[in-house]
Design a protein around this ligand. Structure first.
Ligand SMILES: *Cc1c(COP(=O)(O)O)cnc(C)c1O
Length: 482
């Protein structure tokens, strides 16, 4: 299938508008006017419809197939939350509508959604206050780091370093670095846990914060977390929780109870909102009381008469971190999703997510190397160490899965596991789907053993085969549109 320009036939038209019968407007200065024709494709309406319908049928997504991407939680989200997010009473609101007085009735519902979502997130995570403004997980991390910087500055603490384990998601060190901190890496022990002795030796009066993910990116829960918190707090270092993915801990563990001071949640991973292709998302940030004066403005206040208003009167606030109020529609979906599940529903989410991941791990650990074979939380990590002597890498397994109808899991992350394959089945998939996936993984493992060369050619069922991905990104072919 060629791109749409390749189907262009000179003179063919998709519209038949009457010719212009008003005088041309010459108010645009000469030097701003086009001198060449717009190079658009010339096609009929039917050509265009068939082209894009054809493309859409090649889309791969959760609505078509299983998508077991580790860390990024590609789970099915109910369509009812999509429907709610486009209700006109919400989607047609202008962000500058007055909150109270005239027209105030129009905005009260939206303000109530944000206020109540903040309360629900506090309840779920054990934090004292939330802002829903950050527009992605990484944006939440940066906001959290700015809050920590503001806290230390306010106290007169001179802090320059943030401690981060070597298994952390790449956004952790980058967010801390953008906030101005030096990154100190903490190694992970053979048990997949943070090396506490190394942490102790690196903690000092220079430490602004420790950023942790728990369960970590290896899918393992660190039960010594309170010890880490006590160590951090001895130095007044703030404990940051990367809650991009809460799928394993809903109703089971609250970062706030484990003495974390600040955290973000990716609504687009745990609480509805499909998130392929880069967004939109939302990364609300929760804090303990001592950090709440620094939260971004605006914040939502509930007045004694039951109405809601935006409050800007926080002199220590770090200010604005997003236009208006963040990605409101994403927050609305999350609010609807949480209410839809209810307390027991959220507990079920976590239990099923963890059960599914353990089912995949135990079914595959004899076919692939499993660095942590004894159980996992919501995701598990395998590697192709067994297949490596035969010349098979994680990428070959990933490409082989495509021919069997599955989106590949995350590969080559976490960085500390050589040839890593990271699988997150999520709670929304059935046992039948997991069994099909497990069968496909086993089949690929046996092809890797019996005819590794054929696996090197995968995928063979897609419009394009294996690409030189670096070249595809660096040397794009623009010939059709130039
Ligand atoms: C996805 C993810 C992030 C970053 O979230 P974005 O919304 O992609 O910016 C951070 N940490 C972890 C563990 C993640 O899985």
């Amino acid at each position: 299938m060629s791109v749409i320009y390749g189907k262009s036939v000179p003179g063919r038209k998709g519209v038949s508008l009457p010719s212009c019968d008003v005088p041309e407007d010459h108010s645009i200065p000469e030097h701003f006017r086009r001198t060449t024709e717009l190079r658009l494709g010339e096609l009929s309406e039917l050509d265009v419809v068939r082209h894009f319908t054809g493309l859409s049928r090649r889309n791969f997504g959760l609505d078509t197939n299983f998508y077991p991407l580790g860390s990024c939680t590609m789970k099915y989200n109910p369509k009812v939350t999509e429907k709610i997010s486009v209700l006109e009473g919400f989607s047609a609101l202008h962000p500058l509508l007055p909150q109270l007085r005239r027209c105030g009735m129009l905005t009260q519902g939206a303000l109530a959604v944000v206020y109540e979502l903040e309360q629900l997130l506090c309840e779920i995570t054990g934090m004292d206050a939330f802002t829903t403004h950050p527009m992605a997980g990484a944006h939440g991390e940066l906001t959290g780091m700015m809050l920590i910087a503001a806290y230390h500055k306010d106290k007169g603490n001179r802090r320059t370093e943030v401690l981060i384990p070597d298994e952390a998601h790449g956004t952790n060190p980058s967010s801390a670095a953008i906030a101005g901190y030096d990154i100190v890496t903490i190694p992970t022990g053979d048990d997949g846990m943070l090396d506490i002795d190394s942490l102790k030796s690196k903690l000092s009066e220079k430490t602004a914060a420790i950023m942790l993910t728990n369960p970590n990116t290896l899918g393992l829960f660190n039960s010594r977390i309170e010890k880490v918190a006590a160590l951090a707090h001895k130095f007044d270092a703030q404990l940051y929780y990367d809650g991009a993915n809460l799928n394993a801990i809903l109703g089971k563990f609250r970062p706030g109870d484990a003495q974390f001071d600040v955290m973000h949640v990716n609504l687009h991973k745990t609480f509805a909102t499909p998130h392929g292709g880069g967004g939109p998302g939302a990364g609300p940030v929760g804090v303990k009381k001592h950090l709440s004066p620094f939260l971004p403005v605006s914040r939502i206040a509930k007045r004694t008469d039951g109405t809601y208003a935006l409050d800007y009167d926080f002199p220590k606030s770090i200010g604005y971190i997003a236009p208006f109020y963040g990605n409101f529609a994403v927050c609305l979906r999350a609010y609807a999703y949480i209410l839809l599940q209810g307390k027991q529903g959220l507990i079920d989410v976590s239990e099923h997510a963890v059960l599914n991941a353990n089912y995949v791990l135990s079914s595959l650990k004899d076919h692939f190397h499993a660095p942590y074979p004894d159980g996992c939380m919501h995701e598990c990590v395998l590697s192709t160490r067994k297949q490596l002597p035969g010349g098979i890498h994680a990428i070959d397994i990933a490409k082989g899965l495509i021919d069997r109808g599955f989106h590949p899991p995350t590969v080559y992350f976490p960085l500390i596991v050589k040839e890593a394959i990271m699988i997150e089945p999520t709670e929304t998939e059935s046992k039948e789907t997991l069994d099909d996936f497990i069968a496909a993984m086993k089949e690929v493992a046996s092809v890797a053993e019996e005819s590794p060369d054929s696996l090197k050619k995968a995928p063979v069922s897609t419009p394009v085969g294996r690409l030189d991905e670096t070249k595809a990104a660096r040397e794009m072919d623009f010939s059709y549109i130039e």
